[in-house]
Design a protein around this ligand. Structure first.
Ligand SMILES: [Zn+2]
Length: 228
């Protein structure tokens, strides 16, 4: 499931009562389309007349790209609420996810059986889910180097671009072979689509798994033959 604004507000109020004694002041919760984070707690800082700093204009931003079970969405929200709790109270922590953050996080995890983590931004599974999931056809070149290194390249579906790449790469003395495939696996959506003379190194297993069912094409340097 994904966040919605009413859901986030309802859950903020719920966890505010449950985990923060209802003491977190209301704040703006915004939905966004970020690919780089699932949740974020932002604020501004100003200097007060007495020289001390004041944090204000707190917001929690939640990415509509997070497509996760309810429990995991809630953990993302609570993670941001811990940031909010520390900053709105002007507590000093040792780092953004410092001792204070971890103490509060572990307390909530232990008491309420939650699984909040320090970085919900970087787990592999969640990153996968942030990627574009529309199915579309890609031309994939699989490059095998003489030293055994393998890689892939997502090419434009334009004959001249494919030939330009294929001919340039096969003429390199370091390249053992270039194979071409048509695939609609969403795995390939994350790679830039271009005919620039580069490739992305990948393990043989990962390539094989993701090209399962792909259509192999043959190229003789002048044309491409499908269904081979
Ligand atoms: Zn954080």
């Amino acid at each position: 499931m994904k966040f919605s604004h009413p859901y986030a507000i309802r859950k903020f109020n719920h966890f505010n009562q449950l985990c923060f004694d209802g003491k977190l002041p209301p704040l703006t919760i915004e939905m966004c389309d970020s690919k780089s984070y699932l949740g974020q707690c932002t604020y501004k800082i100003r200097k007060k007349a007495d020289g001390t700093q004041e944090k204000y204009n707190f917001r929690i931003r939640l990415s509509l790209r997070a497509d996760l079970p309810e429990d995991e969405l809630d953990d993302i929200l609570i993670h941001e609420m811990i940031h909010y709790y520390i900053n709105v109270n002007n507590f000093k922590d040792t780092a953004p996810h410092g001792i204070l953050f971890r103490q509060k996080m572990e307390l909530i995890n232990n008491i309420y059986g939650r699984h909040i983590t320090i970085s919900h931004k970087s787990t592999k599974e969640q990153k996968e889910k942030m990627h574009d999931t529309r199915r579309r056809w890609h031309v994939i070149a699989v490059i095998t180097m003489n030293n055994g290194v393998k890689g892939i390249k997502v090419l434009p579906r334009v004959l001249t671009s494919i030939l330009k790449y294929y001919n340039a790469v096969t003429s390199s003395t370091q390249v053992k072979s270039v194979e071409l495939f048509m695939s609609d696996n969403i795995f390939f959506n994350r790679y830039p689509n271009s005919s620039a003379l580069n490739y992305y190194q990948l393990d043989q297993d990962v390539i094989n798994t993701n090209l399962k069912g792909a259509e192999r094409m043959k190229c003789d340097g002048k044309t491409i033959i499908r269904n081979v």
